[in-house]
Design a protein around this ligand. Sequence first.
Ligand SMILES: Cc1ncc(COP(=O)(O)O)c(C=O)c1O
Length: 395
Amino acid sequence: MFRSYEDYKSAIDGRALPAAIIDLDAIAENARRVLAAANGKRVRVVSKSIRCVTIIKHILSLSEQFQGVMCYSADEAVFLSQQGLSDLLVAYPTAVPASIENVCQAIGQGADITLMVDSVEHVQCIDNLAENLGVIVPLCLDVDMSTQHGPIYFGVKRSPVRSVEAAMRVYESVKQCQHVHLEGVMGYDAQIAGVMDNVPGQWAKNKVMRYLKRKSIPRLMQLRGDVVKAVRDAGADLRFVNGGGSMSLVPTSQDPACTEIAVGSAFYASAIFDNYVDLEFVPAAMFALAVARNPDDDIYTCSGGGYIASGAAGKDRLPSPYLPENCSLLPMEGAGEVQTPVVCKSHKLKPGDPIFLRHAKAGEICERFRTALLIVDGKVESEVSTYRGDEQCFF
Ligand SMILES: Cc1ncc(COP(=O)(O)O)c(C=O)c1O
């Protein structure tokens, strides 16, 4: 526990609820843990897991080892460039001409944005638009890191580039174009970073997941390294090789092919990441709901709270009551559209008191709140705008 219920309650006393809360001291602690695990590699900040310009800039200011931002949309990269950020890598390809043109125009005005590709079509589309607008667009090649173990496909369905040959086909098309060039390779090990392996009550499944991860890591590292070598041998002057995520920091930090690791969720330490064996972070982002009524002993019904996370739907996508300790949601109600009953046996609460919950995923909480209260030394230091407060909505 980083701070107690009473600490946070007194910090936000008198504030309007519901409210999003980000504890900058907890972020600093998480940043230290990230750097300690990164083995000296640079760390690119994953914006989708932050979604607040002030916090992205704050993290980047904590260490020179934090360099660059991994954006989740081309339009977002343009927005962040307008906020003064540079080295912006768009992690997912887009085939929307208006977004690519937006990036090309920003590059023409000095923006430092790299677009992701995984096919000859992506390359040619960007090259055509870049030619029309008279710019050269830096590209990064997304290599799929999924692995096959007998009948089990362990990974995600994103990039179709699954071999050196497929990577070289895309790279050869880059070489034939005048208005794009290859600056980076990304191999995101989603099956390591994104699959929980320490879920309470799922002993057997956890064991299988850890076994598959152990088998998968050397194979994906081999492919990532082979692709990097092949494109370098064919003339690519790569500025970076990106891999990993918060929950694959440790293996990625050991991969000689990777020059940098992408990390986002570790900074807020959202609830779903409690279910991993590798690393531990301290909760830094939460939201406070106000108790509105008390329908039964130990049950406090709060206003709001139904902030469900994306991904395969299940109980782990619900917010988790955090403080007071040992609170829980009612299985029949979950977190409601406008009301959320919370079971709390450790404290007697009254209407108006806060209950603190954590979102299952990191950045999505910022889509629900226009501002976040920043806590420093146990006090609200300032109130800052989230992407939503900035009127930004990318997906
Ligand atoms: C391409 C890519 N890299 C890295 C990450 C890891 O992000 P985080 O550290 O927030 O888990 C993700 C998350 O989905 C991703 O899509």
